[in-house]
Design a protein around this ligand. Structure first.
Ligand code: F6P
Length: 552
């Protein structure tokens, strides 16, 4: 069976025509005083404003038609049932099971996934309670004061983002060790008391180079500081699908929390991978995050497509990417607590939908994925917003603003919100040269000077954006925000006909990295013989690096 090719659909051609006829976004906004109401969506923990997208109701209708032709209505329900949405890895895709209620059940490969999840949740509850109340003790009988999550990619970005968003812990301090760059371990380890630190080895595969290397470094560090080998189990727990590898590392099964191959790494923050959240903030907080995600899951599954937040967010960005030619997507949280959200979404979106072939292996015929980047407002306004306002690269943006800031400095929050709304307005409307000139003249400049200055002060606008008004930055809203984006990515992948759940593109770099690592080894057989890459750039860079290592 061939995969869905959206570009072959008449509605795709119709949308292409519509894109070429569209007026400026300012015109669309001015033409309809009720535009906000037509494009507002209420979803759990948030209200979404899509009225500053450069579209109209007819375009939205045609995009929904395209989604239906792609089979979205059935597919969104299958995301809650046994499915095979990841055929290139032969796996089901069931992150929705991670937050399903205990009464539900989904059987995967003869096992009830939801029952397995709830059994694991109970273990997380017991473990986090023991660490937090001091009954889990380190080798010398002391309570745990610091927790270090050793993991990378999906085994890092989600929990790090959530822990950062939730602020100071009321339990042990939580740290993250992700990179193979020894700077991370070298900076972190001296700050820790080995007798009072618990390390989580978080790795779905238990084979990831960075995580294995960091885990081995930490293991030696503990041993060198007098922790006996038989006491290592008091300082390590692991989260993995790979029981054998965890056992080989020396961990008893009691120290291993399960993970399942039907949870993609970047979709795993609501799984046992969320353990740092439960350790730092309490299991109840983690449960509230799951509840927020579940509420968004149910909204995605049950709400009509035209009032469905993940669906419309996905369609808006697909419209921008494929029809309006935007080249990147800026995620701009006006919330310091969400400063790691862009990093988290980068993996979620770019590792999922950065694909060039459809599920059947045929090349895609439209752009897929989005280069996603961003940082918190208002900081960005004093950095890269200049290019957004007056540069030449087309982009779209997503603003995120919590209504409740979680602090009492209300005047700050009013300013923050004002700037958030102002930036969205300027992105949409811009300022014409004529208006710039008139404003300068009104400010006292001569007509001639104003004419010369106006082009430098004009900005084109016409940049589409969405605004997400979050109730707050709390566990429920975080859960809902995570699920919103997970489902957005799913919808886009469906329409593009690609597999959003594999990541073969990252493998080649890993293989070459290992080969080059061999060439860096200071053994004679590696020196002259077959460098793994023989272009002059790699050869000479490797030679320079090796010479430096040898001090020559
Ligand atoms: O290399 C990419 C990747 O496989 C991600 O998809 C994943 O989240 C990350 O590495 C970490 O993988 P693991 O949890 O198996 O260590």
């Amino acid at each position: 069976m061939s995969s869905f090719d959206p570009t072959q659909r008449p509605v795709w051609q119709a949308l292409t025509r519509r894109a070429s006829e569209l007026p400026h976004l300012a015109t669309l906004l001015d033409a309809d005083p009720d535009r906000f109401l037509r494009f507002r969506i209420d979803a759990p923990q948030m209200r979404l404003d899509l009225s500053r997208q450069r579209w109209d109701e007819a375009i939205r209708g045609q995009l929904l038609e395209l989604a239906e032709e792609a089979g979205l209505d059935t597919a969104r329900k299958q995301l809650f049932e046994a499915n095979r949405f990841n055929p290139t890895e032969g796996r089901a895709v069931l992150h929705t099971a991670l937050r399903a209620s205990a009464e539900a059940s989904v059987e995967v490969d003869g096992i009830d996934a939801i029952a397995a999840v709830h059994a694991a949740l109970e273990r997380m509850r017991t473990l986090s309670a023991a660490v937090r109340d001091g009954s889990w003790q380190g080798a010398t009988g002391k309570a745990i004061r610091d927790v270090v999550n050793i993991g990378i990619g999906g085994s890092f970005l989600g929990p790090a983002m959530a822990c950062d968003a939730l602020g100071d812990t009321d339990g042990p301090k939580v740290h993250f060790l992700a990179n193979i760059d020894g700077t991370e371990a070298a900076r972190l380890l001296p700050k820790l008391d080995p007798t009072r630190t618990l390390f989580i080895i978080a790795s779905k595969s238990f084979g990831t180079l960075e995580t294995r290397s960091n885990a081995l470094t930490v293991r030696s560090w503990l041993l060198e500081r007098g922790i006996a080998i038989e006491d290592l189990r008091k300082h390590f727990v692991a989260i993995s699908t790979n029981v054998a590898a965890a056992a080989e590392f020396g961990l008893p099964e009691a120290n291993l929390l399960p993970l399942w191959d039907w949870v993609g790494g970047r979709y795993s923050v609501t799984s046992t991978i969320g353990l740092p959240i439960a350790l730092g903030h309490g299991f109840e907080v983690f449960e509230r995050l799951l509840a927020g995600a579940r509420a968004m899951d149910e909204h995605f599954r049950d709400a009509p497509l035209v009032a469905n937040a993940p669906v419309l967010l996905a369609l808006a960005e697909l419209w921008n990417t494929n029809f309006l030619g935007t080249e990147s997507h800026a995620v701009l949280p006006y919330a310091t607590a969400l400063d790691l959200l862009p990093d988290y979404l980068q993996q979620l979106e770019m590792e999922s939908n950065g694909k060039s072939v459809r599920i059947d292996g045929s090349p895609v015929s439209a752009r897929t994925g989005t280069i996603l980047w961003g940082n918190v407002g208002t900081n960005g306004q004093h950095a890269y917003h200049q290019l957004l306002h007056q540069g030449t690269a087309p982009f779209s943006a997503q603003f995120i603003l919590p209504l409740d800031p979680g602090h009492e400095l209300h005047s700050h929050h009013d300013w923050l919100a004002s700037h958030c709304f102002a930036q969205a307005e300027v992105f949409a409307r811009g300022r014409s040269e004529t208006d710039a000139q008139a404003e300068l003249e009104a400010g006292g400049m001569s007509a001639e000077e104003a004419r010369a200055a106006a082009p430098h002060r004009a900005m084109p606008g016409n940049h589409p954006s969405s605004t997400v008004l979050l109730d707050d930055v709390g566990p429920e809203s975080l859960g809902a925000l995570i699920a919103l984006h997970e489902h957005k990515v799913f919808v886009q992948g469906m329409i593009w006909g690609i597999n959003s759940f594999d990541q073969w593109g990252v493998e080649l770099g890993k293989v070459l990295g290992s080969a080059i690592h061999g060439a860096l080894a200071d053994s004679p057989e590696h020196h002259e013989a077959k460098p793994p890459i023989n272009d002059s750039s790699s050869r000479e860079l490797i030679a320079l690096f090796r010479a430096h290592q040898r001090g020559t």
